[in-house]
Design a protein around this ligand. Structure first.
Ligand code: ARG
Ligand code: GLU
Length: 727
């Protein structure tokens, strides 16, 4: 009997399990996920992971810069994130003399850390459900007035909260607007660079290996948060002190094994898991192919020019990485969706949903037309949407033309009798990072692509573009500065109005203004339909659904595991430094690993970070796990069953890049850097042992309880794991 019950529970469990899929709300784990997480190995409580009370794991996780995740890994505000998340910042700190991208940077001591103007990190201090306060429509309210009502409520609630706290406040819709949550956010703006490996390590494998397995990238960087003498957030000051956070992560160097429970805690940006088959068609047939084609051209030009000089390389390094990243991602997404026939699968799911809908007249009234209404909108917006993408990807790719947007501000300033003194500096900020020849080539090529598709126009044709680079007042700060010094407002206004870059810039905004209202109207209708659709799906589904990613704090969980991507092919779950060394190729920039790292490998001095691998000593580099992640999860901590740091998330595998739209546990894996590789690089490669010394290291593997390969950690560094409650 006992056996039957056991089998039955297991069976029920698999039915209700999520098996790696989902980016869950951290404050609902107890209701939705705890049972499954525990059965997979979780050893701490949902309260340990997320609590409004200070000191849960959430207080160690942060938004890094504009859209990555980072985590605090010492009591002195040390932050770990990805190399590619710090790339723009470090690119801006670099010069031909101090090229931190090519040479790396490891501070010798805390006072050698480099301030990073413009960089900030943000912690989520509280999350408050506010659905009732937003969707509390008066009974008499007409459907068409609801969107405005919501907008008003959002503003009022936000302003009200802001007046009551020092935190930043934002409110986001979840489940397409069926729920709303408010976030209280603490921002720190004095953030400094601590450790950053050279491209040959942190970007090893480059675009060739990006979005792919096997992977050997040491994709990490370290920063430090500084605060004022009362430990409060403050702008940069030499007097500031390292921030003492309410919680930092312990770092586990005891290693990982296949099947180990893992969690990824971070800020996934955007997914569309509930897109209908027609929405999917739009992405696959209209948007992705166009974006790929345009970026291919842009990259060809950029990459050829980056090879011409070191200064060009530094100007374009970060831009190239950004453009190349999604260029490749869309190809993986497209290939995966096609190969797996995602459209038919979605159609079958929709058919099941409709079957359920048709079972009752009430459901039929509520949900009967959603899918066909959505289809109609997708069809009607296809060409506008495509043009919008072309404007974004082609016309706005010209940095010189976009810099003429300053003309708008100048005209306004003159009308208001304000000074124009700041404009030469603003222009400098926009154009210092371009090489005019490269920008001109890109502009010619991409504007031609736009004209091919949407017709010739005198503001985008060849003579106009030539004039931009030969004669625009925005091509040189001293030209602009001289003009401003004339103080002749009539002349300045005329020069701006007749400037070729300004004219083309105006054309771009006009085109956008023409299309955007239509897209916005469609977007409003799409939103309303999706809100309804997701409500229907939640009633229909036998298990709780997770909301699409929206750059808010989420927890994904899964386990360390490889994958069989194709018949007869198998991915093991980790890679090693030995493998990286064998991939090395000094002839090819992407695979040009620093000789120092090769020497370290040959010297086999791996200390506490080494493992036995195929009869040889080695260092683990990257590993695969089945956590559901997306862009924005870069830099997220990968935690073990105790909530200790074992890795740093940075990518997904090629076969599963479609997971933003269609998740399949048999194809999707996230890629992380093994924390032992990070420490090995800081300690042995960067010679910055002092940084490792400030961390709380834990030296045992989750299951074995013995101090394994980490045996030579000095005792003072090993913190005993607190006895946990048993379940
Ligand atoms: N694919 C990863 C992500 O989406 C890493 C990108 C950085 N590397 C690059 N070659 N651009 O961010
Ligand atoms: N590299 C991505 C990022 O910047 C994470 C990889 C992914 O999209 O899964 O967030």
């Amino acid at each position: 009997m006992k056996r039957i019950i056991l089998t039955l529970t297991l069976f029920l469990f698999t039915l209700n399990g999520f098996a790696g899929e989902g980016m869950w709300l951290p404050f609902l784990l107890q209701q939705i996920n705890e049972t499954e997480m525990r059965s997979m190995g979780l050893k701490i409580t949902p309260e340990d992971i997320y609590s409004v009370k200070e000191g849960s794991l959430k207080d160690a996780v942060l938004i890094f810069g504009g859209g990555c995740t980072g985590e605090v890994i010492s009591s002195q505000g040390l932050v770990l994130t990805n190399h590619h998340c710090g790339y723009g910042t470090v690119n801006a700190l670099s010069s031909v003399e101090n090229d931190y991208l090519t040479d790396g940077f490891f501070a010798k001591a805390q006072n050698g850390e480099i301030p990073c103007p413009g960089l900030s990190v943000r912690f989520i201090r509280n999350i408050i459900p506010v659905t009732d306060k937003i969707l509390d429509f008066p009974a008499s309210m007409k459907e068409e007035d609801k969107a405005d009502y919501i907008q008003d409520r959002l503003t009022v609630l936000q302003e009200d909260q802001e007046s009551k706290t020092n935190y930043e406040v934002f409110i986001r819709p979840f489940f397409s607007g069926n729920e709303y949550y408010m976030f209280l956010v603490e921002r720190f703006t004095d953030v400094r660079l601590v450790a950053y490996p050279p491209n040959g390590v942190g970007k090893f494998g480059g675009d060739t290996d990006n979005w792919a397995w096997p992977r050997h990238t040491g994709d990490f960087g370290m920063f430090r948060i500084y605060a004022d003498k009362n430990n409060n957030a403050a702008d940069y000051s030499p007097e500031n002190k390292p921030y003492s956070p309410p919680r930092h992560l312990k770092v586990n160097v005891g290693g990982l094994q296949k099947g180990d429970f893992t969690m990824v805690y971070g800020f996934p940006g955007r997914t569309s898991e509930y897109l209908t088959s027609d929405g999917l068609n739009e992405t696959m047939n209209v948007l992705d192919p166009a974006r790929i084609k345009i970026r291919e051209k842009r990259l060809q030009i950029m990459e050829a020019d980056m090879k011409l000089s070191k200064s060009n390389f530094i100007k374009y390094a970060s831009k190239q990485a950004r453009v190349a990243n999604y260029y490749k991602k869309w190809q993986g997404e497209l290939a995966g969706l096609k190969l797996n026939d995602a459209v038919s699968k979605k159609q079958r799911e929709e058919a099941k949903f409709m079957q359920w809908v048709n079972q009752s007249p009430e459901r039929r009234t509520k949900y009967g037309r959603i899918i066909s209404d959505l289809k109609a909108i997708y069809e009607s917006q296809a060409s506008d949407y495509l043009q919008y993408e072309y404007i974004r990807e082609c016309l706005k790719a010209s940095e010189q033309i976009m810099s003429a947007s300053l003309g708008i501000g100048m005209l306004k300033a003159m009308k208001n009798g304000e000074s124009l003194d700041k404009y030469p500096q603003l222009l400098y900020n926009q154009i210092a990072g371009i090489n005019p020849e490269t920008d001109e080539k890109i502009t010619h090529a991409l504007y031609a692509m736009y004209q091919d598709k949407f017709g010739m126009h005198e503001k985008t044709n060849i003579p106009q573009i030539n004039a931009v680079y030969d004669a625009s007042i925005f091509r040189d700060t001293s030209i602009l500065s001289n003009l401003i010094h004339t103080k002749d407002t009539y002349k300045i206004a005329k020069m701006i109005q007749e400037d070729p870059a300004f004219e083309t810039y105006r054309f771009i905004t006009q085109e956008n203004d023409r299309i955007i209202p239509m897209l916005r109207k469609n977007r409003g209708e799409l939103d309303a339909l999706y809100k309804n659709y997701i409500q229907g799906l939640r009633e229909f589904s036998s298990k709780p659904l997770y909301p699409d990613a929206n750059s808010t704090l989420r927890l994904a969980y899964g386990k360390v595991e490889g994958l069989d991507p194709q018949d007869g092919m198998s991915y093991s779950y980790y890679t090693t430094l030995g493998g990286a060394v064998r991939k090395r190729n000094p002839e090819v920039e992407e695979f040009n690993m620093p000789k120092r790292l090769v020497d370290l490998y040959e010297g086999q001095d791996f200390g506490r970070y080494g493992i036995d691998h195929k009869g040889r000593k080695d260092v683990p580099v990257c590993f695969l796990a089945s956590n559901h992640t997306t862009g924005g999860n870069s830099g997220s901590p990968v935690l073990n069953a105790y909530g200790e740091l074992i890795g740093l998330n940075f990518d997904r595998i090629w076969e599963g890049t479609m997971s933003d739209i269609y998740y399949d546990i048999n194809l999707c894996r996230n890629i992380s850097v093994d924390i032992r590789y990070v420490l090995f690089l800081v300690d042995k490669f960067g010679g910055a042992t002092w940084i490792v010394d400030e961390m709380d290291l834990v030296g045992r593997h989750v299951d074995s309880g013995i101090i394994g390969e980490a045996g030579d950690i000095p005792n003072k560094l090993i913190k005993k794991r607190k006895k946990r409650r048993r379940y």
